[in-house]
Design a protein around this ligand. Structure first.
Ligand code: FES
Ligand code: FES
Length: 155
């Protein structure tokens, strides 16, 4: 089946029972984390055609023809995405295991809503569990990134 990951085309044989998480890690995208393998923690979140999904319970064959974005594709030409900078600047990363999934859930939110309220951010990150940060700093980070992205687009 054919699909793209971070704009790179792939033509892969995929097992019927393989999850998108297993496929992506097999292809070397190790930023996709396996926290629970059960759809509960959000560590494996990626974007499929712009929509955040948990890749552990997404059948790999369903990604045929789709555009996949993983955390490895967030930075562009060596420049971190505003969300990545904001997570660093606010101290929203501790062990970092949840961070790729959080970044992608947040990216899906900001792609569809450049002006999210705190409640919107909380709702977007609801499926991303974090055992380290207490959630306050990641929420601050998403709001900071949104503000910085608006400044750039308003210029
Ligand atoms: S590993 Fe997919 S939701 Fe936890
Ligand atoms: S930073 Fe450790 S799980 Fe979130």
């Amino acid at each position: 089946m054919r699909f793209t990951v971070n704009d790179q085309p792939f033509d892969e044989h995929v097992g019927a029972g393989e999850s998108l998480l297993v496929l992506l890690r097999r292809l070397g995208f190790k930023g996709v984390k396996n926290g629970c393998d059960n759809g509960d923690c959000g560590a494996c979140a990626v974007l499929v055609d712009g929509r955040a999904i948990t890749s552990c319970n997404y059948p790999a064959p369903a990604a045929d023809g789709k555009r996949i974005l993983t955390v490895e594709g967030l930075a562009s030409e060596g420049v971190l995405h505003p969300l990545q900078n904001a997570f660093l600047d606010t101290g929203a990363v501790q062990c970092g295991f949840c961070t790729p999934g959080m970044l992608l859930s947040a990216a899906a939110l900001l792609n569809s809503d450049p002006h999210p309220s705190e409640a919107d951010v909380r709702a977007a990150l609801r499926g991303n569990l974090c055992r380290c940060t207490g959630y306050v700093k990641p929420i601050e980070a998403v709001q900071l990134a949104a503000a910085r992205m608006r400044e750039v687009t308003d210029d």
